[in-house]
Each structure stands twice: as structure tokens, then as C-alpha cells.
Design a protein around this ligand. Structure first.
Ligand code: NAD
Length: 541
């Protein structure tokens, strides 16, 4: 038996490759894109390590070229859902008893495979299936995915290390057991890294998962599943079940062995899952752990002392990269009247240069939004603003879905700080701006704090350090990830643990001990060396 005490040291973040013209990584990536485009994929369900082709299929589309499917995926059926629960529970015992160093070694191997052999594959699949450009794909499907895997191993060492002290004559310890059952992992379309981490963190802590990937991220998620398998994740530890969310949710959420839900996505879906837990509470073996990261209405608050150029760059990058489909994307901005003309002109100049189109052209800063329902919803918000007397479209405002789901980066200036687009999550390339009078600062801060139900990310800009300090205090609960003089997107694993509160989720900070601890159920063990043999206490004698 291996009795070494091994601690995974703090890793460094995966370097972001530059993909400059003529570079080897760029050649490899483009070759991989062409290869994937030439395949007609048949993506199965993978349950207990076995592939299931149910025959009930849905096309896998490219959002920027929706007439040329990349193949199909097979939707899970009721029968396969039963098999998934069975396979997960069968794998539970051995996996949960496996030394965590072995589990972490397997997951570190996943990271190494993505860093090397499958770097181009993971990026290409994410670019094609989720319409990310080279850079957006590299920071997500490659770097963040790897970082979650490697940093979690390190943070798990710290979780396991946390032990109670022992008084004289005894030894106390805590055993971090896996949850008694399976974890239902439900992932969103917008980050391959999140899909990976929703599984990787419970699995590292000895749990087994039933994974429902987003229907619009099937290609990258399928290859990720294959890499988990190749790295040595045993059959049944992760079960991949593409299909219709509501049908899958109904069956899985009522299972007596449901021990946890690890979710990222919209509020509506998380609320549904939470209610289902309530409805089925009496049938569970244990209270399921509910960890969910949900929507955002992320802000940039500009103090009159801010630098206009810095604000404009942060607003353009923070609002329009990946078409504004990051949960952290800036979608409302509060700007003082004294700065707005300059910030606006600078942003308009940048937007005039920005190109939109297919992911294959590296010149395109903006690509397509994920699917038709997203396109329609975003355009509805833009058209609502166009029709309103309280709003002006300062930039963009047009969409075209004939080839791909393209929407121009759009800036809405509104005279109403509670305008619908200042309050509701749009999840597209739309930034709403409210311009406040410089002497209305306090009111503007209050509005920023109270206008939306969310509290995910937020940024403040200002050169006056005392004013920034005051803003940081006043907006204390407005964001779980708070930025000073930086855009509110781009959290890096290990550096800015991620998650928001209020309606933005349970704030269990993905990529750190706070998240990992949710997937462990501690057993406290006390061993006494001098076991009493007389029931009477001394004072009684
Ligand atoms: P979504 O809620 O539509 O889908 C998320 C997942 O839930 C998908 O796999 C979907 O198929 C599944 N699903 C839907 N209904 C279900 C049901 N009844 N039962 C079980 N599963 C069901 O979200 P999305 O469109 O994929 O992602 C966008 C949302 O995710 C935005 O609101 C965004 O803010 C949020 N998001 C949040 C974070 C964060 O860290 N806070 C990160 C990324 C995305």
C-alpha cells in the first residue's frame, strides 16, 4: 500500500498561446477545424463507459453557419436515464474509496492531454460548435479547463489537510467522504471550462456524476467526455447524457440517490431544479447539496475621475467579447455627464473597426450568438429600445440570421436608469448606458446597487483612490467578483475565484476550496486512549 503523504503544489496558470499568423499552433488549429468540419458526427450518450445510439437525434449546428450541421447527437431516453443512475451508483463505491491522489492524478492527466495532444481539438470543437474566435476558445476550452483541473488538485489537498485538534488522551480526525449518492451536473453552453469543472470538482472529491450537457455545446462536451475516459476516469464515474433538459431533470431530480446538483445556467432552470428538490425532499436519502451559478446584469460604474480611454476599452471588451454571452459580461454602465461624450466617441471609433463574422477569420472580433431563440430574444430587447422614447441606439442595433445568428454590438443610451435593458439579463452583445449628472453621484451608486436582482460581477473606474474605496464599500453586495479599473470579465482560476450572490447563485466560488468542500460530507472520528470504565464522575465520589 502506498502510504506517501502527497500534496499537489500550487500550479501556474496554463500559458495562453498567441496563434500569430504562421505559428505552428495556428496551423494545427486550422487543420483540426477543417478535419472536424469534414466529419459527420454521431454523438452518443455515454453511460457506464458504453455508447448508446438511441436513434432520436438532433442536428449539431454551427451558430455562424447554421445551414451546415456538423452531425447529430442522440437524445437520451427514459431507459438510458435509469441505466445512468445504475451505472453511477455502481461506480460509486470503488471511486469514492480510491485515494484522492489517484483521482487527482487522473484529472491532472486530463489537463495534460488538453494542454498537448488535444489542444487543437478542444479549441476547434468549441470554435465551431459555440462560435468562439481563436482567443475566446483558447482562454476557455484550453486554458481555463486545464486550470480548473490542476488547481482543484492543489485545493483538494488543502481541504483534506484541514483537521480538528486533539485534546489529551484522544485522537480526533475528519474524514472527507464523498456524498452518498450521485451528483447531477447540468452545464451551460457558454463555457467548455465550466462544463468540465461542474464534473471535475465533485469527481475529484470522490463523487460520481450524471452530466447533462447543453444542447448547443455538444461537440466540445462530447470530446471532453472522451478525454476524461482516455485519461482513466473509470466507467460510470461520469455519465454523459445529452437530451432535453426538462425530461432529464424530471427523472433524475426525483431519484432517491440524488446527493447534489452542480449547475451553471439561467435562473429559471436553477429555480426549477431547486423546486424539484423541494417537491421530492421526503424521498431522498440525504439532503442534496445545491450549488448553482446563474444570471448576471454586470455593471461598469464610472467615477468622474476615471480615464475615458480605459473605460472605453473595458466597455468594448467587457460587453462584446464572445457576443456578450459571458455571465460576467458588462451589460449596464453608469457614466458621468462630464465623461460620456469622450467615452462614447472612443467606443464608436473602436466599434467602427470591429469586424463580425465566421470564426475561421481571425480578424473577426465578434462571431454569432448561440442559436435562434437567443437571436430572437436579443433582437426583441433591441427592438423594444428602438421603439421607446426613453432610449436611443448609439451603436449597432441590427441583426441578420440568414447565414449565422449575427447581431451587431449594440449600445443603448437611456434616460431612465430603470429602463428594462438596465435591469434584465439579455445575454447578448448589448450594453445599456445611463448618464448621470456629476453632482448625482450618490443617487447613481444607489441605483447601480439596487436596479437589478443580480450580483455577479461589477467594475468601478476612477483615479481618485479615496472615491474608489468608497464605491467599493457602497457596492459591497452588488457583485461577487468586483474589479477596480478593469473590465468585469476574464476571471482566472486560482486568482479570482468566481461566483456571485443575490439572484446570481449560491456563490460557492468555482475553482477553489469553497466549491470543493460542497462535494464532501465530513465524518468526525474521535478515538479515546483511556476509555472510562466507571460511570461516576470524580465530583460524585
Ligand atoms: P440554461 O439555463 O438555458 O441551460 C443550462 C443547462 O440547463 C442546459 O444544459 C439546459 O439544457 C439545462 N436545462 C434546461 N432546463 C432544464 C430542466 N428543466 N431540468 C434540467 N436541466 C435543464 O442556460 P444557458 O442558456 O445554457 O446559459 C446561459 C445562462 O447561464 C445565463 O443566464 C448566464 O448568466 C448563466 N451563466 C452563469 C455563470 C455563472 O458563473 N454565474 C456562468 C455561465 C453562464
Amino acid at each position: 500500500m502506498n502510504n506517501s503523504i502527497y500534496r499537489f503544489p500550487l500550479p501556474t496558470n496554463e500559458p495562453i498561446l498567441s496563434y500569430l499568423a504562421g505559428s505552428n499552433e495556428r496551423k494545427a488549429l486550422f487543420a483540426e477545424i477543417e478535419r472536424l468540419k469534414g466529419l459527420q458526427h454521431e454523438v452518443p450518450c455515454i453511460i457506464g463507459g458504453k455508447e448508446y445510439f438511441t436513434g432520436n437525434t438532433t442536428d449539431i449546428l454551427m451558430p455562424h453557419d447554421h445551414q451546415n450541421p456538423l452531425g447529430k447527437y442522440h437524445n437520451v431516453g427514459e431507459k438510458e436515464l435509469d441505466l445512468a443512475v445504475e451505472a453511477a451508483m455502481k461506480a460509486h463505491r470503488e471511486w469514492s474509496e480510491m485515494p484522492y491522489t489517484v483521482r487527482a492524478a487522473i484529472l491532472n492527466k486530463v489537463a495534460d492531454l488538453i494542454s498537448g495532444k488535444y489542444r487543437a481539438l478542444m479549441s476547434a470543437a468549441t470554435m465551431l460548435g459555440q462560435s468562439k474566435n481563436i482567443f475566446q476558445s483558447e482562454i476557455d476550452a484550453v486554458c481555463e479547463t486545464i486550470d480548473f483541473l490542476r488547481f482543484n488538485a492543489h485545493f483538494a489537498s488543502k481541504v483534506y489537510e484541514f483537521q480538528p485538534f486533539s485534546g489529551p488522551g484522544m485522537m480526533n480526525s475528519m474524514e472527507y467522504r464523498a456524498l452518498e449518492g450521485f451528483v447531477f451536473t447540468v452545464s451551460p453552453f457558454n463555457f467548455t471550462a465550466i462544463a468540465s469543472n461542474l464534473n471535475n470538482s465533485p469527481v475529484l472529491m470522490g463523487n460520481v456524476t450524471i452530466w447533462k450537457p447543453a444542447s448547443t455545446a455538444i461537440l466540445s462536451n462530447y470530446y471532453l467526455m472522451k478525454i476524461f475516459q482516455e485519461a482513466g476516469v473509470p466507467d460510470g464515474v461520469i455519465n454523459f447524457i445529452p437530451g432535453k433538459g426538462s425530461m432529464i431533470g424530471r427523472r433524475i431530480m426525483k431519484d432517491t440517490n440524488l446527493a447534489g446538483v452542480h449547475f451553471t445556467g439561467s435562473n429559471n432552470t436553477f429555480n426549477t431544479l431547486w423546486k424539484q428538490v423541494g417537491e421530492n425532499l421526503s424521498s431522498y436519502k440525504s439532503y442534496p447539496r445545491l450549488v448553482g451559478e446563474t444570471g448576471g446584469k454586470d455593471f461598469i460604474f464610472v467615477h468622474p475621475s476615471a480615464d475615458a480611454q480605459e473605460v472605453a476599452v473595458a466597455a468594448v471588451r467587457g460587453s462584446f467579447e464572445y457576443q456578450g454571452q459571458k455571465c460576467s459580461a458588462a451589460s449596464r454602465m453608469y457614466v458621468p455627464k462630464s465623461l460620456w461624450p469622450k467615452v462614447k466617441d472612443l467606443m464608436l471609433a473602436m466599434l467602427a473597426e470591429i469586424k463580425m463574422g465566421d470564426v475561421m477569420d481571425p480578424q473577426n472580433f465578434v462571431n454569432a450568438v448561440i442559436d435562434k431563440p437567443a437571436f430572437d430574444t436579443i433582437m426583441e430587447y433591441i427592438n423594444y429600445a428602438k421603439a421607446s422614447t426613453e432610449a436611443t441606439i448609439v451603436a449597432g442595433g441590427n441583426g441578420d440570421s440568414s447565414v449565422g445568428y449575427f447581431i451587431e454590438p449594440t449600445i443603448i443610451e437611456t434616460t431612465n436608469p430603470k429602463f428594462k435593458t438596465m435591469e434584465e439579463e439579455i445575454f447578448g452583445p448589448v450594453l445599456s448606458v445611463w448618464v448621470y449628472a456629476d453632482n448625482q453621484l450618490e443617487e447613481a451608486i444607489h441605483l447601480c446597487d439596487t436596479t437589478s436582482p443580480y450580483a455577479l460581477t461589477g467594475a468601478v473606474f476612477g483615479r481618485d483612490r479615496a472615491a474608489v474605496e468608497k464605491l467599493t464599500k457602497q457596492l459591497r453586495y452588488a457583485a461577487g467578483n468586483f474589479y477596480i479599473n478593469d473590465k468585469p470579465t476574464g476571471a482566472v482560476v486560482g486568482q479570482q475565484p468566481f461566483g456571485g450572490s443575490r439572484a446570481s447563485g449560491t456563490n460557492d466560488k468555482a475553482g477553489g476550496e469553497l466549491n470543493l468542500i460542497r462535494w464532501a460530507s465530513a465524518r468526525t472520528i474521535k478515538e479515546t486512549f483511556n476509555t472510562p470504565v466507571d460511570y461516576r464522575y470524580g465530583y460524585m465520589l
